[in-house]
Ligand binder design. Structure first.
Ligand SMILES: Cc1cc2nc3c(=O)[nH]c(=O)nc-3n(C[C@H](O)[C@H](O)[C@H](O)COP(=O)(O)OP(=O)(O)OC[C@H]3O[C@@H](n4cnc5c(N)ncnc54)[C@H](O)[C@@H]3O)c2cc1C
Length: 447
């Protein structure tokens, strides 16, 4: 496809946010008589779903300690439910299974889910939790669990299929998608700081508005926009904390047990909810009984025909290298640095066996193929959705974002002039103003 010399809207990135925003913006332009999908060009340096959206586990849940995140997730779950076929979405539900140290946090989540009408069930106390879990899986054996939050909505979607579903919807609205085209910088107007063109490896495309949805590559685009790599944050103590790094990378640990996904069904033969277990019970090796950890640990898993087994993950780890020196490319399983190692396999498979007897002795079935990937996190590990340089909308989801299919809809409305209360808690100004999100006791940076 020859490149246009000018297009009204350039979207950088054909992952969940770029595709979803383009699709909803196209529909919004048409509905308001202000244009159509033909005004939108998505460009991606590689291919549709070649970033984090194409390797994500695909879990969709509401379980967040932060009220603003829960509202956003409830909105996104409704978008997933609006077309499960196109989005390859499996509404099997989601369970947060926790130890005593998290009970108060999860109680609050449950109460607020009731307040916003998000269907869930909450079980408390060790004995009742065991009975509930055994009612679902008769081989349940995790110890030290004192609360179970069972979200009846949510579940997971097949990562790449969902992206192609979204891309198809955008193209049906007239949006053009050009792959193999890399953004190398921006052209600015002489009288203002606004962007007037996007520099690519095949020339400049003039534009009125840019939308950035580049997932783990956000720091590179941030640098092209000349935005600060260190910021000041007003803490809960009311004091300013200067010099806080804007971007930090975390390495996500995920993999697949190569068994028949059908081996993990509920007692009544149904596909189970996505299971997430956090625990402070000592975790012992399923190989030799040695202690793996006596500190807080967490895992999640689901049967997944797309991945070909039981797919899931464990807590990510922070990459201590300065963000400027982290090699994002080659990305995901192709990375020489950020794929899972034997310690993840040992821990995750042992934790599966800790939870359910059916997984005992299965570590030999682990699919020994590269997996995992990195994500770019903001200073508080929550998203930034905001406009920079007057006309550049940055969607930086802080690696929360496969489930956030609805953010593109809100961003599109925002661009068309309908400011969203749901996006307000995620503006960049929250750091300087000290409007930070509450922090939970979960071992994951995204709960
Ligand atoms: C292993 C793993 C598992 C995850 N599991 C889940 C999960 O279960 N649930 C969940 O909600 N979230 C999950 N996440 C997080 C989620 O995948 C991401 O937050 C989300 O997919 C980011 O979407 P995006 O559209 O911003 O970016 P991406 O999907 O990464 O897409 C960005 C695109 O931008 C393109 N690009 C980058 N730079 C340029 C450039 N200069 N020029 C042109 N194109 C460019 C890339 O090629 C890429 O295709 C997971 C992440 C990882 C790494």
């Amino acid at each position: 496809m020859s490149l246009p010399s000018h297009v009204k809207y350039v979207v950088i990135g054909a992952g969940i946010h770029g595709l979803s925003t383009a699709y909803h913006l196209a529909a919004g332009l048409k509905a308001t008589g202000r244009g159509s999908g033909e005004d939108i060009l998505i460009i991606d340096k590689s291919a549709i779903a070649s970033g984090a959206s194409g390797i994500a586990c695909g879990v969709v849940r509401n379980n967040y300690f932060q009220p603003a995140m829960r509202e956003l997730m409830a909105h996104s779950v409704a978008v997933w439910e609006s077309d499960p076929e196109a989005y390859s979405y499996h509404s099997v539900g989601y369970m947060q299974i926790s130890p005593e140290s998290m009970r108060a946090d999860v109680t609050e989540i449950y109460e607020q889910q009731q307040a916003i009408g998000y269907e869930s069930e909450f079980i408390e106390g060790a004995a009742d939790c065991k009975t509930y879990m055994k009612g679902l899986f008769d081989d349940w054996q995790a110890e030290g669990i004192t609360s179970v939050l069972h979200e009846k909505r949510g579940g997971y979607a097949n990562n790449t299929a969902a992206m192609y579903g979204l891309a198809g919807k955008a193209e049906a609205e007239g949006v053009r998608i050009v792959t193999g085209l890399e953004v190398k910088g921006f052209v600015y107007g002489s009288n203002s700081g606004a962007v007037t063109g996007v520099e690519t490896d095949r020339g400049v495309i003039g534009t009125d508005y840019v939308i950035v949805g580049v997932g783990p590559w956000v720091k590179q685009i941030w640098d092209f926009l000349d935005l600060p790599n260190e910021i000041s944050i007003k803490g809960s103590d009311g004091r300013m904390h200067d010099g806080v790094p804007m971007w930090t990378y975390w390495s996500l640990q995920e993999g697949t047990l190569g068994v028949d996904p059908n081996m993990h069904r509920t007692n009544d033969g149904r596909m189970p909810p996505v299971i997430h277990v956090d625990s402070d019970a000592p975790l012992y090796s399923d190989i030799d009984g040695s202690l793996i950890t006596d500190r807080m640990w967490g895992i999640y898993y689901k049967p997944d025909f797309n991945f070909g087994g039981i797919q899931g993950g464990a807590m990510p780890f922070k990459i201590e290298t300065d963000a400027a020196d982290v090699a994002v490319d080659p990305y995901g399983p192709e990375s020489p640095d950020f794929i899972v190692d034997d310690s993840f396999i040992h821990m995750w498979c042992s934790a599966l066996a800790h939870c359910q007897k059916r997984f005992e002795g299965k570590i030999g079935d682990y699919k020994n193929e590269p997996s995992g990937g990195i994500g770019a996190f903001t200073p508080d590990s929550f998203p930034v959705f905001d406009v920079f340089r007057e006309n550049v909308y940055v969607i930086a989801d802080s690696n929360h974002g496969f489930k956030m299919i609805g953010v593109g809809k809100l961003v599109a409305e925002d661009i068309l002039g309908q400011s969203s209360v749901m996006l307000d808690p995620f503006r960049f100004s929250r750091y300087a103003e000290g409007r930070l999100h509450p922090v939970s006791n979960s071992p994951f940076p995204w709960s």
